[in-house]
Design a protein around this ligand. Structure first.
Ligand SMILES: CC(C)(COP(=O)(O)OP(=O)(O)OC[C@H]1O[C@@H](n2cnc3c(N)ncnc32)[C@H](O)[C@@H]1OP(=O)(O)O)[C@@H](O)C(=O)NCCC(=O)NCCS
Length: 195
C-alpha cells in the first residue's frame, strides 16, 4: 500500500495529466522564431493524432534513433516504440521537432517525465532543443512537479553534454553499471523569453 504522501503525488500527476491542454497558460511561448527558424508548437494528445501525423512522428524517431538503439541493449523495436509513443496520455507536437512527455510518479514523487525530445536533423543547433527544454521546465514547475526526469544513453556523449549544459544531474537512483543515465533537474534555471 502507498503512503499518504505517495498517494498525494499520484493524485497531483493525475490531475495535470487530465487537463485538456496543459500548455494553455503558455500559449504566447508556443513558437520559436530565431536563427532562420519559424516554428509553431501544438499540443496534441495521442488519441487525437491523425494517422498521417503519427506516421511522420514515428519516421522522425526512426530516422534519428534507430541506429543508436540498435547498438544498445534495448535494441530497436518499432512496434513497442509506436505503442509507447501513442499511449493515451502522450503529447507530441510538430514535425520539425517534437517532445513526448507525461506527468507521472517516479521514485515516489510527482515529475514531468520526458520520454522523447527529437529535433529534425536539418534544424539542430539553432537553439530549438534548448528552448523546448525551457518550455517544459516552465510548465513542470508551474504545475508543481518536483522534477523533470529523463533517460539518456551513455553512448550519446553529445546528448549527455546537452543535458549537463542545461544543469541536469545524474539521479541518485540512476544505476551505476547501466548503459543509460537517469537524469533530472529539480528547479528551473533557464529563462523563457518570448521570441
Ligand atoms: C539533442 C537535441 C535535442 C539538441 O537539440 P538542438 O536544437 O540541436 O540543440 P540547441 O541548438 O538548442 O543547443 C543547445 C545547447 O546544447 C549544445 N548542443 C546541442 N547539441 C549538441 C551536440 N550534439 N553536441 C554538443 N553540444 C550540443 C549547443 O551547443 C547549445 O549550447 P549553447 O547554448 O552554449 O550554444 C537534438 O540534437 C536531437 O534531437 N538529437 C537527436 C535525438 C536525441 O538524441 N534526442 C535525445 C534523446 S534522450
Amino acid at each position: 500500500m502507498n503512503s499518504p504522501k505517495v498517494n498525494m503525488s499520484i493524485q497531483a500527476a493525475k490531475k495535470v495529466n487530465g487537463l485538456a491542454d496543459p500548455t494553455k497558460p503558455f500559449s504566447s511561448f508556443m513558437k520559436y522564431n530565431k536563427n532562420d527558424l519559424e516554428v509553431t508548437f501544438h499540443f496534441i494528445k495521442a488519441p487525437a493524432m491523425t494517422t498521417f501525423l503519427k506516421d511522420k512522428v514515428f519516421s522522425m524517431i526512426k530516422d534519428n534513433m534507430m541506429e543508436t538503439y540498435k547498438k544498445c541493449p534495448w535494441g530497436w523495436n518499432g512496434k513497442n516504440k509506436r505503442a509507447e509513443l501513442f499511449h493515451k496520455d502522450a503529447s507530441d507536437n510538430s514535425l520539425a521537432a517534437f517532445v513526448h512527455f507525461r506527468f507521472d510518479v517516479e521514485n515516489l514523487i510527482e515529475v514531468l517525465y520526458l520520454y522523447e525530445i527529437q529535433i529534425e536533423k536539418n534544424v539542430r543547433g539553432k537553439g530549438l532543443g534548448k528552448y523546448l527544454m525551457s518550455l517544459l521546465e516552465t510548465m513542470a514547475f508551474h504545475y508543481k512537479m518536483k522534477r523533470i526526469v529523463l533517460t539518456v544513453l551513455k553512448s550519446e556523449v553529445d546528448v549527455v553534454k546537452f543535458y549537463f549544459s542545461l544543469q541536469y544531474e545524474i539521479e541518485s537512483y540512476s544505476p551505476e553499471d547501466a548503459f543509460y543515465y537517469i537524469l533530472s533537474k529539480k528547479k528551473k534555471t533557464l529563462e523563457l523569453t518570448k521570441n
